[in-house]
Ligand binder design. Sequence first.
Ligand code: FAD
Ligand code: SF4
Length: 477
Amino acid sequence: MKKEAVKVRELNPSERIKNFDEVVLGYTEEEALIEANRCLQCPNPICQFGCPVGINIKEFISWITKKDYRAAYFILREKNDFPSICGRVCPAEYQCRRACVLTKKTASFASEQAINIHFLERFVGDYGVKNNLEAPAGKDQKFVKFGFKVAVVGSGPAGLACAGELARQGVKVDIFESLHKPGGVLRYGIPPFRMPRDVLDYEINELKKLGVQLIPNFIVGKVKALDELFSEGYSAIFLGLGAGVPSFLEIKGENLGNVYSANEFLTRVNLMLADKFPQFHTPINIGKQVLVVGGGNTALDAARAALRLQIINGFSPNTTILYRRTEVEMPARRLEIEHAKEEGIKIEFLVQPVEFIGDEEGKVQKLRCLRCRLGEPDESGRRRPVAVEGSDFGIDCDIAIIAVGLQANQVLTNVTSELKTDKYKDVIVNPQTMETSIKGVFAGGDIVGGEGTVIEAMGMAKKAAFSIINYLKDERT
Ligand code: FAD
Ligand code: SF4
């Protein structure tokens, strides 16, 4: 048996930085078969415990080895509505791959030997897309007869997954989305070089085929309140509001011109076509030196998008990430860190920003920083960065992007006093049912428990959808 996992094909770094094309090309059938055959088919497949939604990993891999990709697809679909999306964005090295028996248990993330479960998932998910495979509609189509309709607020992975589950059971679903396009972070946050838009559009179109109606440019809480949706005949409501409010460094000079939050920067590029300015009317003011502050997926996405924009706009690539800790503590996916380095993005570790300094026009010109060392672990278990006195230094920049965390979207919760939230403004739910403090209102995804992952959001939404079905059944009797 091949010892190391089959490497996935990728675009060459010097070419891919000139555009936003997808970087990872995925496995061919031959590669998928070699990788699937490396799986030991463990009697106790512990990889499954590493998957937040408990996919039967052993079984779907086993179907690949038998070349029955259809059967593999439906095993995946039992737990995951969008395998071609998750196969691209899941941080598998912290989840199923890390749990795989082939990973040495001392590692904090998966080793090279662990089965590339996510690339196999993507292979099978893409097979499903290419062959138009759709999970069968549920048996309880009686819901059609009863005319129940459910409102889903938010069209991120949580909203889409909940809508899909309900629609397959014959429930009429309307999704209300505040932005002009659906997909949540999958569209406005994650750039197309990681999440190709045709894959996302395909999944959304499948929902439309099931009768799900998408209502864009509709902010629930501003255009209509939850009460009004109920009085318009919705029997239940699912909230997939997400966490889209950026945190800031809270340092001097942060409101200078050309200092962006990563969310604003990525939204301008991904959703408002800033990369095509002036053909489209969203400027981004990309410059010679870009600084990105943070160490998560958002920081990596912003940096890789900025570097591409520099090249597209005729600048030499010069993008630097500043992170307070070291590479080991970086929460971003390992693959993204590797890709960023290959693309020529510099990463300065153990650096703490102190003050932005502007020019006479009020635009950012420099970031003053301190060097750090690692101290004792904090509540998250990661070693805390401690600033080193007298280690002051400055870095020039024409634009700075802050990617240091996200908080709950609060437009709706702020105007709905009966909806209980915690100190972070996340919606409180009964973890068994995902029901909120308002009867008939359920929630899931990043609005519950804060910024998480795509698969966690979908997992919560699926659980909420099952509770909504039970709730509707009770309503029917
Ligand atoms: P969202 O995706 O945020 O969607 C919420 C939607 O609700 C939005 O479209 C919003 O406009 C809409 N909305 C909010 N309030 C209202 C309202 N009142 N009325 C109508 N609509 C409303 N996770 C991974 O697993 N892998 C990754 O590689 C990864 N990379 C990421 C990169 C970036 C840049 C970011 C920001 C996050 C990343 N994540 C990643 C995290 C992941 O995207 C989120 O955990 C996931 O999108 C949460 O899904 P959601 O449906 O809860 O929320
Ligand atoms: Fe295969 Fe690893 Fe899961 Fe064992 S733990 S069944 S080797 S993927």
